[in-house]
Write a protein that binds this ligand. Structure first.
Ligand SMILES: NC(=O)N[C@@H](CC(=O)O)C(=O)O
Ligand SMILES: [Zn+2]
Ligand SMILES: [Zn+2]
Length: 352
């Protein structure tokens, strides 16, 4: 199966040796990726984003040289990490740079490396949000409340009422991407809402429900945030992804953590999906007989929302058995990919 070269609209590449290990996995399949800014310290300014972009391209080049190959064309689309102190001027600098394509909202405490995040969005950031609305800079949202009184499985649905609706009433023209959507409530909201809104969907939320976390024992490599939900939610997300609605597009949320950081008494959230991303999505779309809708989801809807042209290249997927290794090298360490040890029936063809 051939499709226009896809893009990944939600990706964590990290930095240093981890970056060098993981970036080729994404560049082999995707023409571009929205690069998440939750480094330690976070990507706060346009200058931080420029430097990080250069490190990504250098890492890709270095990995290609080590493999004795040419680096694939891959464009990192950079983002800034929104804090209570991000200024409207910084938003205008970001827009003028041409390489910053979004600003990311992490509610403080919601997920991995979110401690520098926003404490009160409408209270702290109104001028910055107004500048984003004015210059067409999308707000990318980790949509979970952090209120400890709210059950972990309800935090996305409650976020819609407490944050998303007031935000979009105050800034109706602000472009918003509801990242890694995990609930039927989220899918219904994005489908029905007025104005410029879209959502990314991960492979794990299309393929697995929360039983995967506990099948035969506690399985930390299925743990990500927002957490996997019930089967009814998975079915609603799969319906949204395969519906042809242009508001839904691909964002892996591939989030590498070394094996030891996940297999411990307080393991990190994040699934590594970059290596097998397109094979995982093809498996999900095939499960409901909708491979014909994969290209729009993976290659066309995202660029349309972000105001970019689709890629010009193509990607070929072959229907052959594709076992997922039990672990992969990650710098001097190892990483366990999502669904390690299982086998997929799709593979990206040699040479893309
Ligand atoms: N999804 C995750 O579980 N983890 C992400 C952060 C995020 O996207 O929320 C990470 O950076 O590890
Ligand atoms: Zn997130
Ligand atoms: Zn993420």
């Amino acid at each position: 199966m051939r499709l226009t070269r896809p893009d990944d609209w939600h990706l964590h590449l990290r930095d240093g040796a981890v970056l060098r290990s993981v970036v080729p996995d994404s560049a082999r399949q995707f023409g571009r990726a929205i690069i998440m800014p939750n480094l330690k310290p976070p990507v706060l300014t346009t200058e931080d984003a420029r430097a990080y972009r250069e490190r990504i391209l250098a890492a890709l080049q270095q990995a290609a040289e080590q493999a004795g190959a040419e680096a694939p064309a891959f464009e990192p689309l950079m983002t800034l990490y929104l804090t209570d102190r991000t200024s409207p001027d910084e938003i205008r600098r970001a827009r003028d740079s041409g390489f910053v394509h979004g600003v990311k909202l992490y509610p403080a405490g919601a997920t991995t490396h979110s401690d520098a995040g926003v404490t009160d969005l409408l209270g702290q950031c109104p001028a910055t949000l107004a500048a984003m609305q004015d210059c067409g800079m999308p707000l990318l949202v980790h949509g979970e409340v952090t209120d400890p009184a709210v059950d972990l499985f309800d935090r996305e649905a409650v976020f819609i009422e407490r944050v998303m609706q007031p935000l979009r009433r105050a800034f109706p023209e602000l472009k918003v991407v509801f990242e890694h959507l995990t609930t039927a409530d989220g899918a219904a909201y994005v489908t029905q809402a007025e104005g410029p809104i879209a959502a990314t969907l991960t492979p794990q939320h299309l393929l697995y429900n929360r039983n995967a976390l506990f099948k035969g024992g506690l399985r930390p490599h299925w743990y990500c945030l927002p957490i996997l939900k019930r089967e009814t939610h998975r079915l609603a997300l799969l319906e949204a992804a395969t519906s042809g609605n242009p508001r839904f597009f691909l964002g892996t949320d591939s989030a590498p953590h070394p094996r030891g950081a996940k297999e411990q008494d307080c393991g990190c959230a994040g699934c590594y999906t970059a290596r097998h991303a397109m094979a995982l999505y093809a498996t999900a779309f095939e499960s409901v007989g909708r491979l014909d809708r994969l290209e729009a989801f993976a290659s066309l809807n995202g660029p349309a929302f972000y105001g970019l042209a689709p890629n010009t290249g193509v990607l070929t997927l072959e229907r052959v058995e594709n076992p997922i290794p039990r672990e992969l090298p990650l710098g001097d360490d190892v990483i366990v990919p999502l669904a390690a040890g299982e086998s997929l029936m799709w593979r990206v063809a040699e040479g893309g």
